[in-house]
Design a protein around this ligand. Structure first.
Ligand code: AMP
Length: 479
C-alpha cells in the first residue's frame, strides 16, 4: 500500500451517486455513475444495502462499463446503494483507495463516498493516529469515518454532524447506513450535489445529467452545510454546520468540469459557457474566417464566441473519445502523438483560413502548443487563441486537479510570453471581471485558481505546494 503523507492525501475530481427506495438500486447507481464518468475515470465502486441490512460491495479499477455488468450487479441486491467514480492523482491508484469506503463500527455497517478535498485532513489524521486510529487508505476521506466512530453518540447523523464540525474544506458526500442514505455538503458548497425523485424513491447525484439518465426528476440542490437523510419515511433536511456567507461554489465546474447538460449551482452549464464565449468575443474580437472549439469541454464557449462575433462555427478538430490512459505510443509515432491520438484536425475546414481556436482554460500550456502545431500543419493561415477563463495561476485545494504553481504557465509567463510559446498570431484570455459577470451571483463563487484568494485556509504542507510558499510567491498572472 502507498505510504501516506499530506501531499498524497488527495481525493480529487470525483463523482458521487446514491439511490434510496428503488428496486435494483445498484443498477440505477451504475447508470448514474456512467453519466458522471467525466468526473473520474480511474476507478469506481458501488455499495448496496439489502432488505436485511447487509452491505454488498463491488469496486474496480477502470471505467464504469469495465467494472459492472448485469451479473455482478445482481450480487449487489437491495433498494439502497451509493457509488463513486474516482480520478486518481498522486495518492496512488489502488483498490484500497477506491470509494465508497466501507466499515463496520459500533452503529453497524457504514459506507461513504466523497467528492472534494479536505483542507485539514493531515492534522486531523495525525491527531487521530496519535490516539490510536489505524487508517486503511491514503485518502483524506477516511478521517470522516474515524470521526463518526469516535463521536459520543450512536446516532449516525449526529456523529456526522460532529465530523463536519471538525473537518474543513470541500466535501459533497453520500453515506449509506442501514436503511438510509445521508447526503452532506460542506458549508461553502464548493462541489455540487443535488437530490431527485425517482418513482417512490430518491436519488442523490453530483450533477443533474445523472438524474436525467436514470429518469429522475430534479428536486433541489443540497444546500451548503446541509444534511439530508433519506429513508423509507421520506426525505428530511437539517443543518449540520452553518452555511458560509457567501457560498464559494467552484467556478471551474462551470468553466470546464461539469457537463454542459447539467444544472449546477442554479444555472445550466451550457448557458454559463455561452455567456463566457459572448464575453470573450467582446473582450478579444478578431477578424477571422472560422471559430473552432477544442472539443468537448470548449464547445459551448466556442459557440458563444461565434454567436457574438458573427464568425462561422466549424468542427475543425475531432476528438477520439476512446483514448485510455495506458495507450502505448508506437516508436515511429512522431511528434505530438499524445495530442494527435486524441484530436484530429479537419483539413478542409482549416486550410488557408484565419482560425479562432477557443479553449476553456490553459493549465500547463503543453496541449495547446501541440494543438496549434496541428492546426498550422493542416493549413491554418492564422491562428488566434481565445481562452474562456483568465490565466490559471494557482493550484486548487478544493478538489480540482491542478498542478503546482511551478507547472502553471499562467503563473510563470506573461500573456505575450505565452502567445510566443504557443506560436499563435494572437492570444486573448477572458478577464476575471468578465468571467464573473457571466454568473448571476458572482460573489458566491470561488475563483482561487485565478486570483490565489483561498476562501478556506489550507494547512501548511498540504497538497502539491505548501500554502506558505504560495503566499511568498507574487501573483504573476501576466495579464
Ligand atoms: P494544458 O494547458 O496542456 O495543461 O491543457 C489544457 C486543457 O486541459 C484544456 O483544454 C482544458 O480543457 C483541460 N483541463 C483543464 N483543467 C483540467 C483538469 N483539471 N484536468 C484535466 N484536464 C483539464
Amino acid at each position: 500500500m502507498t505510504s501516506w503523507s499530506p501531499d498524497k492525501c488527495w481525493n480529487e475530481e470525483c463523482g458521487v451517486f446514491a439511490v434510496v427506495g428503488v428496486p435494483r438500486a445498484s443498477e440505477i447507481t451504475a447508470l448514474g455513475l456512467h453519466a458522471l464518468q467525466h468526473r473520474g475515470q480511474e476507478a469506481t465502486g458501488i455499495v448496496s444495502c439489502d432488505d436485511r441490512g447487509d452491505f454488498h460491495v463491488r469496486k474496480g479499477i477502470g471505467l464504469v462499463s469495465d467494472v459492472y455488468d448485469s451479473g455482478n450487479l445482481n450480487d449487489l441486491p437491495g433498494q439502497l446503494a451509493i457509488g463513486h467514480n474516482r480520478y486518481s492523482t498522486a495518492g496512488g491508484l489502488t483498490l484500497e483507495n477506491t470509494q465508497p469506503l466501507r466499515v463496520v463500527y459500533r452503529g453497524g455497517p457504514l459506507a461513504l463516498a466523497h467528492n472534494g478535498n479536505l483542507t485539514n485532513a493531515a492534522a486531523v489524521r495525525q491527531s487521530l493516529e496519535e490516539s490510536g486510529s489505524i487508517f486503511q487508505t491514503t485518502l483524506d476521506t477516511e478521517v470522516f469515518l474515524h470521526l463518526v466512530a469516535l463521536a459520543p453518540t450512536d446516532d449516525v447523523e449526529a456523529a456526522l454532524t460532529e465530523a463536519a464540525r471538525t473537518v474543513t474544506g470541500a466535501y459533497s458526500i453520500v453515506v449509506l447506513a442501514r436503511g438510509k442514505v445521508i447526503a452532506l455538503r460542506d458549508p461553502h458548497g464548493f462541489r455540487p450535489l443535488c437530490v431527485g425523485r425517482l418513482g417512490d424513491g430518491y436519488v442523490v447525484a453530483s450533477e443533474t445529467c445523472a438524474l436525467d439518465l436514470v429518469g429522475a426528476d430534479f428536486i433541489r440542490e443540497v444546500e451548503p452545510g446541509e444534511m439530508i437523510t433519506i429513508d423509507p419515511q421520506g426525505m428530511r433536511a437539517r443543518r449540520a454546520v452553518p452555511a458560509a456567507e457567501p457560498a464559494q461554489h467552484c467556478i471551474f465546474e462551470h468553466i470546464y468540469f461539469s457537463r454542459p447538460d447539467s444544472r449546477v449551482f442554479g444555472a445550466t452549464v451550457d448557458q454559463v459557457r455561452r455567456k463566457l464565449g459572448h464575453q470573450l468575443a467582446r473582450e478579444h474580437p478578431v477578424d477571422a474566417d472560422v471559430v473552432i472549439a477544442v472539443p468537448d469541454s470548449s464547445n459551448s464557449i466556442a459557440l458563444g464566441f461565434a454567436e457574438e462575433s458573427g464568425t462561422r462555427f466549424e468542427l475543425g478538430l475531432i476528438r477520439n473519445h476512446y483514448v485510455g490512459r495506458t495507450f502505448i505510443q508506437p516508436q515511429q509515432a512522431g511528434r505530438d502523438f499524445g495530442v494527435r491520438v486524441k484530436f484530429n484536425p479537419v483539413r478542409e475546414v482549416l486550410d488557408g483560413k484565419r482560425v479562432v481556436v477557443v479553449d476553456d482554460s490553459i493549465v500547463r500550456g503543453t496541449t495547446s502548443r501541440k494543438l496549434v502545431r496541428l492546426l498550422r500543419r493542416s493549413g491554418a493561415r492564422e491562428v488566434h487563441f481565445r481562452v474562456g477563463s483568465p490565466p490559471v495561476t494557482h493550484p486548487c485545494f478544493y478538489g480540482i486537479d491542478t498542478p503546482s504553481r511551478r507547472e502553471l504557465i499562467g503563473a510563470l509567463k506573461t500573456v505575450e510570453e505565452i502567445r510566443e510559446y504557443l506560436g499563435v498570431d494572437s492570444l486573448g484570455y477572458l478577464s476575471l471581471d468578465g468571467m464573473l459577470a457571466c454568473e448571476s451571483e458572482p460573489r458566491r463563487f470561488c475563483r482561487a485558481c485565478f486570483d490565489g484568494r483561498y476562501p478556506v485556509a489550507v494547512e501548511a504542507g498540504a497538497g502539491k505546494l505548501a500554502i506558505e510558499q504560495l503566499r511568498r510567491t507574487p501573483s504573476g498572472s501576466g495579464s
